[in-house]
Write a protein that binds this ligand. Structure first.
Ligand SMILES: CC(C)(COP(=O)(O)OP(=O)(O)OC[C@H]1O[C@@H](n2cnc3c(N)ncnc32)[C@H](O)[C@@H]1OP(=O)(O)O)[C@@H](O)C(=O)NCCC(=O)NCCS
Length: 145
């Protein structure tokens, strides 16, 4: 059975393996990950949710909230979500998103949003609609490797 919960300090090492499986041109070092994991866990504006099967992490979602005038309040942003290949298409991603939406709703957010290249059908199935293009530019600190 899959259980969804917020990440605890005990998840740090195992979560790194999933974080490293997320497709990105800017892979993370163990030191940077550790610093960020601890800081996000202590940050009421950040959310890390995990999916667990038999003590093993099989998926995660990392997001945050911030205030935005256009949203007339806080908006919750999904930074990344990943489910292990072997666990896909069985509702784990949907459950992680539901956990994030609950976290955002309880924090008073007015909307939740994200950018995606390859998972548009997943988000559409969850009721998300596309409204604006997403642009990004890497700064000197984040040149893709
Ligand atoms: C996107 C991702 C998180 C979805 O996780 P998942 O656990 O497979 O999703 P779910 O099983 O909860 O899917 C819910 C619904 O979304 C839709 N969906 C999910 N994956 C889909 C796909 N590859 N193609 C079409 N529809 C899809 C389906 O309607 C599905 O319901 P169904 O299985 O009853 O048809 C997973 O595919 C993944 O980790 N991908 C790699 C990382 C990534 O691209 N993350 C998103 C970028 S931010």
């Amino acid at each position: 059975m899959i259980r969804i919960r917020l990440a605890t300090s005990a998840d740090e090492a195992q979560l790194l393996e999933l974080v490293r499986a997320f497709p990105t041109p800017t892979p993370i070092s163990a030191d940077t990950y550790s610093r960020m994991f601890r800081s996000k866990r202590a940050d009421p504006y950040a959310c890390i949710a995990v999916a667990v099967r038999d003590e093993s992490l099989v998926g995660y979602l990392s997001g945050h909230r911030h205030s935005a005038f256009y949203a007339a309040g806080d908006t919750a942003w999904v930074d990344e979500i990943l489910v292990l290949d072997t666990e896909r298409r069985s509702g784990v991603g949907r459950m992680l998103m539901a956990e994030f939406e609950t976290w955002a709703t309880e924090a008073g957010c007015t909307l939740t949003a994200l950018a995606t290249a390859g998972a548009a059908d997943f988000y559409r199935a969850l009721g998300y609609a596309t409204k604006a293009g997403y642009f990004k530019k890497y700064l000197a600190n984040g040149e893709p490797r």
